[in-house]
Design a protein around this ligand. Structure first.
Ligand SMILES: Nc1ncnc2c1ncn2[C@@H]1O[C@H](COP(=O)(O)OP(=O)(O)OP(=O)(O)O)[C@@H](O)[C@H]1O
Length: 304
């Protein structure tokens, strides 16, 4: 049985559980009939910000199987159903061809995952890179030390690199999704701008984050390793929520400590979440009544 969603452009009335239902307001709300082109339109300001030199982040949040990877990657065989990463790649690669006068642009990318609070470079095989560290570079901002940086110049190169990385991602079969993502996967597209006359450089980046599923352990029938993974996933998602809360309250005027260092996820995304960076979180929801409790929890997370 399906949960009941009544949606308008910016609000959603969710009536999946007992009671009167709950209304949520978001910048944009899409139902099952929306296509990927519409979702990309919602993030067009983010794309402009990155091309103009700011950092940005798009996070895909939701329980396992709710469509996070679908939203970011989509169906490559159909131009209508391509996800956000190929669309962002296309737009950034187009920008490479149209630099401002006296300026040149270069694009590079990293693909990493955070699995059980350990950062792994997905662009190399093997376990030697299984616990990379994070540093704060004076010029480039938050960096993952030792992550392979691939130079890319076309959408095809971005996608080939991304799929090479995704092939190495940690997945497990849970009761809710046969190939459930058990890690947070971060695809970072980095734009370097260089002025010919002064040789000055400026960096901006877009982090596209496929978060691990926010499921409850009892629903997935998780045992041992999967259960431990689940606990760490939930802990890091909760840290993300606390950082988002602190940033929102900080904007309201209070001088808040932002707990970026409480998880690898928030530390890795530090300069794409706060300051002048633009952040969009996409909350993916299951239409099934069976998942109503998770859906409500995801909607509450997104409305912080
Ligand atoms: N809006 C959609 N339209 C068509 N198919 C979808 C949609 N959302 C999800 N799916 C399909 O549902 C399945 C699960 O989706 P997906 O892998 O994106 O979930 P997920 O949230 O990333 O799960 P996990 O956290 O377990 O990795 C996939 O086969 C995907 O193609």
């Amino acid at each position: 049985m399906a949960s009941e969603f009544k949606t308008s452009n910016q609000s959603l009335h969710f009536h999946g559980l007992e009671g009167q239902g709950t209304r949520f307001n978001f910048d944009n709300v899409h139902d099952g009939l929306s296509c990927q082109t519409e979702i990309f339109t919602d993030v067009k300001d983010i794309m402009s910000a990155v091309i103009e030199g700011n950092n940005a982040c798009i996070l895909s949040y939701g329980q396992t199987g709710s469509g996070k990877t679908h939203t970011l990657i989509g169906n490559m065989k159909s131009s209508v159903n391509k996800g956000l990463v190929p669309r962002a790649a296309q737009q950034l690669c187009q920008a490479l061809k149209e630099p401002s006068p006296g300026c040149s642009l270069q694009l590079s990318m990293t693909v990493v995952e955070i699995y059980c609070e350990r950062i792994r470079d997905l662009l190399v095989d093997g376990i030697n890179n299984a616990n990379l560290t994070i540093t704060q570079d004076k010029v480039r901002g938050t960096m993952i030390v030792g992550a392979t940086e691939a130079h890319v110049a076309s959408e095809e190169e971005v996608l080939a690199t991304m799929f090479q990385g995704l092939g190495n991602r940690a997945v497990a079969s849970t009761q809710m999704n046969a190939t459930s993502s058990r890690s947070h996967c971060i695809v970072t597209l980095m734009l370097k701008r260089r002025w010919d006359s002064t040789e000055d450089v400026a960096h901006s980046k877009l982090c596209l984050v496929d978060l691990a599923g926010s499921e409850r352990a009892d629903k997935t029938h998780a045992v041992a390793q999967t259960l431990e993974e689940g606990k760490l996933i939930n802990k890091s998602l909760s840290s993300l929520g606390l950082v988002v809360n602190a940033l929102t309250e900080g904007k309201a005027g209070a001088h808040m400590h932002i707990p970026y260092r409480d998880s690898k996820l928030t530390r890795a995304l530090q300069d794409c979440l706060g300051g002048n960076a633009m952040t969009t979180m996409i909350i993916c929801c299951s239409p099934s009544m069976e998942n109503a409790a998770e859906t409500l929890s995801s909607l509450r997370f997104g409305s912080r």
